[in-house]
Structures are given as C-alpha cells and as structure tokens.
Write a protein that binds this ligand. Structure first.
Ligand SMILES: Nc1ncnc2c1ncn2[C@@H]1O[C@H](COP(=O)(O)OP(=O)(O)OP(=O)(O)O)[C@@H](O)[C@H]1O
Length: 321
C-alpha cells in the first residue's frame, strides 16, 4: 500500500470547487454543507481549518476519508484524485478522529498490528514499536487500552493513524476537552511529526491552537472558505485593534452616541469594547469619544488583533433585519 508517487507533490492536498449537499430526508430539507470550497495545502505545512460548529469541517474531512460522498468538485490527495484511485489517495492520509474509539481489550501493539493489516502493510514492513515510541507509548505496548489514561489513548489514536506511514495526518479537534498539560504534550508531539516532514491538517475550535501551531489558517463558515492565508498574514491584514474600557456604575444602555458611532459594544456589565482600524481611526478620536461619553473610567487596555478578532469578524452572523 506504500504506493506514493516517485517524487512527492508540491501540494499535499488540493481541493477544487468542492460541494456537498446532504439529501433531504424524512422531515428534513436538503442541506448544503460545503459550497464551492477550494483549498491548497502545501506539502510539509501545518494547516489549520477553523470554523464554528456546523461550518462543514467534518464533512470536508469525511470526504477525504472516504466516509462521505461529495456532490461535486475535485479532491486530490498526495497527487491522486479520489475519483480516479480512492485507495491510493486514502493510503496517503491518516485520520485521527475526535472520539476516543478504541477497543479496550486490545493492547496498543495488537491494535496497531490489526490496523496495519487492514491497510495491507506486509508484516516485514510494519514498524509497530517504532511508531509507539514516536508517540511516547513504547513502554505501554502490551498494556490493555482500557488501562491507558485519556492522554495516552489520544496518542494511541495518532499512532493508529500512522501505521501505513501516511505523509499527511489529519487531526479532528485533537485537543477538544483535553486539559492544558496534555494539550501541550499533544502539541509538542504533532510539532515534532511536522518537523520530520509530515503535513498536518488540524481542525480546531481553539484559536490559540491555530495561532500557536499552524503556519497557514483557513476559516470556514457556512460551507464556504471565508479566509485562507498564512496565519501571520491573516493577523497582519486585518488592520484592527481594540480598546477595552472598564467602567464603574455599569455600562449605560443604550451606549452613549459618541461610542455607538464607533461601533462600540458592551462586554458583561462593566466593560465596553471598541474595535477600530488604526489606518482609519486614530486613538485620539477614540479617547475624545470616551471623554464625551462621560463615563466613570476605571481601566483602559488596548490590544493588537488576534485570530479571535478575525474569526469573529468573518463568522459573525449578520444582524437580523
Ligand atoms: N449526514 C448528514 N445529513 C444531513 N445534514 C448533515 C449531515 N452531516 C452534517 N450535516 C449538516 O451539514 C452541516 C455541516 O456539518 P459538519 O458536521 O460538517 O460541520 P462541522 O464544522 O464539522 O461542525 P462541528 O464542529 O459541530 O462538528 C451542518 O449544518 C450539519 O447539520
């Protein structure tokens, strides 16, 4: 099954005009989950796919995994079109699912052997212990999966996705519900895999995760790509800063007109946030508006834009008419 092309492709994944419409079912109308999605994931990159719930991330991954049939469009994985040779395309990809779906009665060694068998990896080519070692589980090779901690199980899922030596690893929300220490461990492990050449595609809700780890970020919303750029460019291009003011006596409702005119909004009972474009609005304009609002200002903090600002700007639902 290790039938990679002779020379590796420039792009690990190429998706063009991908559309998925789930057919109408009893009581439910048809649902367009992806609409004309195009994405290019260069070989060796660490790519984040960000999106709110229901954006279409799982649909995209499931199409690549062969679990969902696309409606139209093209998907090439490691140079192979899934319509031409889906086995070869899928052999280039390892998918780490979100759920900890491991058979508790298998040991990690057995689990990897069975998985390698499913992928048709000949015994002499299997690297079970080497893979377990790469995820820090060599000493647990013969422990029952049910005795492993949550963190170890997650690492075992990564190992399982790697039995056929895929050059691409897709991780679906790998750190959802995972504590901070374990998150750091997983990050270090995935970074190490990436440093050794594996292309990583990661879906996440954690903006910090994309910001810290990923060189490129795509934001997907309502089944379309709202943005796709290097993470650094995304942060740079927004031309956005924010001022957060903490006020005594509660945030006035409605907000004073001078602040409402700047698009300010209340956060909690005692904070007002004003997002602004430094290229258009100087900080003195904002300070004057605050002075004119006659507030009991207790604190004032300015902040550079971060991925959360961008995410909110791109995925915010339009206000109801
Ligand atoms: N089998 C299905 N039949 C009908 N609609 C579906 C099906 N699977 C997903 N959908 C719908 O398609 C849209 C995209 O769902 P998808 O699971 O791909 O989003 P997601 O970004 O992965 O969300 P989450 O982060 O919550 O998993 C949603 O509106 C969802 O309800």
């Amino acid at each position: 099954m290790r039938s990679a092309p002779a020379s590796p492709p420039d792009n690990a994944i190429e998706i063009e005009s991908l559309t998925k419409v789930y057919k109408a079912r009893a009581g439910q109308s048809a649902k367009t989950a992806l609409e004309g999605v195009s994405l290019t994931i260069p070989r060796g990159s660490f790519f984040a796919l960000l999106g709110p719930n229901g954006a279409g991330k799982s649909t995209l991954i499931n199409i690549m995994a062969g679990l969902v049939l696309k409606t139209s469009g093209t998907v090439r994985i490691w140079g192979t079109d899934i319509d031409h040779n889906d086995r070869q395309a899928r052999a280039a990809i390892g998918i780490v699912p979100q759920e900890l779906n491991l058979d508790p009665f298998f040991t990690p060694r057995e689990l990897l052997e069975v998985q390698a068998g499913l992928y048709g990896v000949p015994r002499r080519e299997r690297r079970t212990l080497e893979i377990l070692d790469s995820v820090g589980l060599a000493d647990k090779a013969d422990a029952y999966a049910r005795t492993l901690s949550g963190g170890m199980r997650r690492r075992l899922l990564v190992a399982k996705a790697m039995v056929h030596f895929p050059p691409i690893l897709v991780l679906d929300e790998p750190t959802a519900g995972v504590d901070i220490e374990l998150r750091q461990q997983l990050w270090a492990m995935i970074q190490d895999l990436n440093a050794r050449g594996t292309t990583i595609l990661l879906t996440t809700h954690y903006l910090e995760e994309a910001e810290t780890l990923c060189d490129t970020t795509a934001i997907i919303n309502n089944g379309t790509v709202a943005a796709c750029d290097t993470t650094r460019n995304l942060l740079r291009r927004l031309d956005s800063k924010s001022v957060t003011v903490t006020v005594g006596g509660g945030v006035p409702d409605p907000l004073p007109p001078s602040l409402a005119a700047l698009g300010a909004c209340a956060r909690g009972d005692d904070q007002i946030v004003i997002r602004y474009k430094p290229s258009e609005t100087g900080i003195t304009t904002i300070l004057e508006a605050l002075r004119g609002a006659d507030l009991d200002i207790r604190d004032l903090v300015t902040k550079e834009t971060d991925l959360e600002d961008i995410f909110l700007q791109l995925t915010r639902k339009p206000a109801a008419a």
